[in-house]
Design a binder for this molecule. Structure first.
Ligand code: ZN
Length: 115
C-alpha cells in the first residue's frame, strides 16, 4: 500500500453521535473508511455490555453441552462417586494411596451420608 498522505479525517460516531477525529476510532478492516463506526469510548461501553450478555450465553452453552453430553457428565459423576466410596471404605484418600502413605489411625468423622 502506498498511501503516504495522512489526512486528518473526522467521523461521526454511531453511538454518541459526536464528530470525532479518526484516531478516536479503532481501525476496522471491514469498514469502507478503515475505521469502526463507534468511537473508542462507545466501543468499550459496547464490549462491556456484550460481555455481560455473553455471560448468560456462556452459561447457556455450558448447560446445553451438559445436556448433549449427558452420558459423559454422568460418567464423571459416577467416577467421582466411586472414588468417594472407595475412600470411605478404605479409610484413605486416593491421593494418599498414590503417595503410599499409611491410612489414618483415627476414624474420620462422617459429614452426612450419601448413597
Ligand atoms: Zn461515541
Amino acid at each position: 500500500m502506498v498511501f503516504s498522505v495522512i489526512k486528518s479525517m473526522t467521523k461521526t460516531c454511531r453511538g454518541c453521535r459526536g464528530e470525532k477525529n479518526c484516531n478516536e476510532f479503532y481501525r476496522a478492516k471491514w469498514a469502507r473508511d478503515g475505521y469502526d463506526d463507534l468511537c473508542r469510548v462507545c466501543k468499550s461501553d459496547e464490549s462491556k455490555r456484550y460481555y455481560r450478555e455473553a455471560e448468560q450465553e456462556i452459561i447457556l452453552k455450558v448447560l446445553s453441552w451438559q445436556f448433549d453430553n449427558f452420558e459423559k457428565v454422568q460418567g464423571y459423576k459416577r467416577k467421582y462417586k466411586l472414588k468417594k466410596k472407595y475412600e470411605k471404605n478404605n479409610g484413605e484418600t486416593t491421593i494418599q494411596r498414590k503417595r503410599g502413605r499409611p491410612p489414618k489411625c483415627e476414624k474420620e468423622q462422617e459429614v452426612g451420608s450419601q448413597s
